[in-house]
Ligand binder design. Structure first.
Ligand code: UDP
Length: 372
């Protein structure tokens, strides 16, 4: 045995656990099948812009412990996420707030907005929302559901809103105030220098081997360590023997444009059903100010995001946390619990639609439990 911990995956869960274990005096080896660290928070430098290669990541949290922790490895800028929704050329503010309601209905006061939502909710006859569609209508009414939620959600998840769990839409705030901040979080920002640098700082001084696939040589790797932290898909770990868990995958079409400003915002969501992409990310606005240094940069990099059903060989991004998959996951988890030397963690290891802060919190908690 060479190492106390073999950590499979250098994303946030693996990197945080590796740091904690190393700081506790344990010997650690981190391996990753990709040629880069960082998992899906990996950022790549293109034209001096940190491109979020595996989708936009905006750090936000209400957990002070997590905020203090990440600030040891990166300085965060003051980016506030306020995506714009584009419905067939009509623009709306997100999340759903007084700017959205004013644009949609011409209402001016919070009372008027609340009355409009209530009127549409009543007309739809929903008492106890059973799925995403009913949850959405009962939160914001049918007009907003039809223009800003229905098409986007069905594109993102590839399923009708009536077949999706209600909790997904509860991620978005609904406010009767003029506030375009997408997150209800005390702390928010993007690490200066990009996420890759932040993860590299977490892994500072730790042995990392890249381009190495654990599952291809599992026995050999298992023999190298007392314990394994596995952050890949739990169903893949077990050779999919109980069946496939469903994931959504994402494909990105990146373009470098010879103009300083393409859409004036980091994220524009295309919420109609016909536009094939879900959103366009203009990466420079995560890190540069709109009034000065962003426009000084002559080029810009944009990514169109296309959502698809995961199939073997694709990158898994979003677990589809519906009932059917929940049951199958519980069966895999029961198998996982029997693997005495393996801990399953992170979005893929726990099959959970985790945000970054929740992943870090769960790695910190696991480290406490394991390392004392
Ligand atoms: N959503 C929507 N319209 C939007 C943005 C989000 O209907 O313009 C819904 C959609 O169902 C989506 C969910 O809100 O799956 C969560 O969106 P979020 O932005 O949190 O997703 P992520 O950033 O994780 O892709």
């Amino acid at each position: 045995m060479n190492y106390d911990y073999l950590i499979v995956g250098s994303g946030l869960y693996g990197a945080v656990f590796a740091r904690k274990a190393t700081d506790a005096g344990k010997s650690v080896l981190v391996i990753d099948k990709r040629s880069n660290i960082g998992g899906n928070v990996y950022t790549e430098d293109i034209e001096g812009i940190h491109v979020h290669k595996y989708g936009a990541h905006i750090f936000h949290t209400n957990i002070k412990e997590v905020w203090d922790y990440v600030n040891q490895f990166a300085e965060f800028n003051r980016f506030t996420n306020s995506p714009v929704a584009n419905y067939k050329g009509e623009l709306f503010s997100l999340p759903f707030n007084m700017y959205t309601f004013n644009k949609m209905w011409g209402v001016v006061t919070p009372e008027e907005a609340a009355a409009k939502i209530e009127e549409q909710r009543k007309a739809a006859g929903i008492t106890e929302p059973k799925n995403l569609e009913e949850q959405a209508i009962s939160l914001v009414g049918t007009d907003i559901y039809e223009k800003l939620i229905k098409g986007y959600t069905q594109k993102q998840w590839g399923r009708p809103c009536t077949e999706l769990p209600a909790f997904i839409i509860k991620r978005l705030p609904v406010r009767l105030t003029f506030d375009n901040n997408y997150f209800n979080a005390l702390y928010q920002g993007i690490p200066k220098g990009g996420y890759t640098k932040m993860v590299a700082n977490m892994l500072d001084g730790i042995e990392v081997r890249l381009g190495v696939n654990y599952l291809d040589n599992k026995d050999e790797f298992d023999a190298m360590a007392d314990k394994v932290i596995f952050t890949g898909p739990i169903d893949e770990y077990f050779g999919f023997k109980l069946g496939y868990l469903e994931y959504r995958s994402v494909r990105f079409e990146n373009e470098v444009l010879d103009k300083p400003n393409f859409q004036g915002n980091a994220a524009v969501n295309y919420t109609d059903a016909e536009t094939p992409w879900t959103r366009i990310i203009e990466h420079k606005w995560f890190e540069f100010g709109k009034d000065d240094d962003g426009n000084d940069l002559p080029k810009t990099v944009i990514s169109r995001e296309f959502s698809s059903e995961w199939k073997p060989g694709d990158e898994p991004y979003y677990p589809v946390n519906d009932e059917k998959n929940g049951k199958l996951y519980q069966e895999y988890k029961a198998l996982g619990d029997k693997e005495e030397k393996v801990i399953f963690g992170g979005r893929l290891g726990e099959y959970k639609y985790y945000d970054m802060d929740a992943v870090i919190k769960s790695a910190l908690d696991m480290a406490k439990k394991e390392l004392g």
